[in-house]
Design a protein around this ligand. Sequence first.
Ligand code: ATP
Length: 379
Amino acid sequence: MKSLGNIRRSFAPWNDPSAKPYISFENVTKRFGDFTAVNNLSLVIFEREFFALLGASGCGKSTLLRMLAGFEEPTSGRILLDGQDLRGIPPYKRPVNMMFQSYALFPHMTVESNIAFGLKQEGMPKADIDKRVAEMLKLVKLEPFAKRKPHQLSGGQRQRVALARSVAKRPKVLLLDEPLGALDKKLREETQFELMDLQQSLGLTFVVVTHDQEEAMTMADRIAILDKGQVMQVATPAEVYEAPASRFVAGFVGNVNLFEGKVATREGATARIEDGKGTSILADNAGEAAVGSAVTFAIRPEKIKVSSREPAGTPNALAGEIYDIAYLGDMTVYHVKLDAGPVVRASTVNSARATDDPLSWNDRAWISFLPDAGVVLTR
Ligand code: ATP
């Protein structure tokens, strides 16, 4: 497999002020009766981007996708594709194709007929269809299965047929609604990489809807995190994880410890945050948070060190005891109940087989972290 590293590393049109958005949602609202599913949402997606819409059930992800595909029209606002307002353009005239979670394969048709279906409907000459189908079968590595029917395939193979069928007409944009939802965990992970390869080799723009944050983090160039029909943050997976814009995003993506407190003192960008109950934290990158204001210090479990002795020379060392331990094979997660009250989650990668500092239930323990290991959130 060819590494996508160099292509993906240099791909960042969102940082280029002269780059033209390919898809734009401009103040889009969608109401069903008096229920607002999408609320004055604006968002841009760039050509060849692998873009993920991530959010809990009911947040409006599928509605956004359906409006882009043309199955729904916005109540207000507009959606542009390559500069063209899509309002009133029927689904089949949009350079967009949608792959549904159910795949919707025709059960009585062979794999190749399933892939050929849309091309036949378009009236493509038979020789061209045969050529395109062969190309698609090769792309999704299903050549030996061309004559089989869907029920003679595994879940992963069916997923690939659906994918081949949805890209056979060479849409410019492929919309995928929970594309891997029907696959088990291991197959899901393999297929995520296949999807990324496919997207790169076809040079398409992918917009994928998922409620699985790991999936979005793995595949996407950028992720939009949605809540109640609004965008909470749009950023790269690393930014969403390392620099969440709000408590909601920090809590939604990955595990996080949240300390609520007030800024007690500030020196430059460094703030001392106190909760008034005995927990005091020194944090860098305090942004605009003023002295006296309420903030949340968010820190990921893997940024916290747990030790059986009080660590020396660190500005943030908090004492407590081991409350719970989860050994997960590749890592161990400790829950440490601090003397001051909060329970903190800390994880350690098990890179060595035996640990030289074994910790057990109810042991005294210290957690420590650097002032720049977390983020200070003001909303
Ligand atoms: P899920 O992950 O469960 O698919 P989602 O984020 O994709 O959720 P949407 O399908 O976009 O959510 O739905 C957003 C909200 O709009 C939901 O509360 C849903 O009940 C409502 N909704 C969607 N379609 C309609 C409709 N045709 N009529 C009325 N309400 C609708």
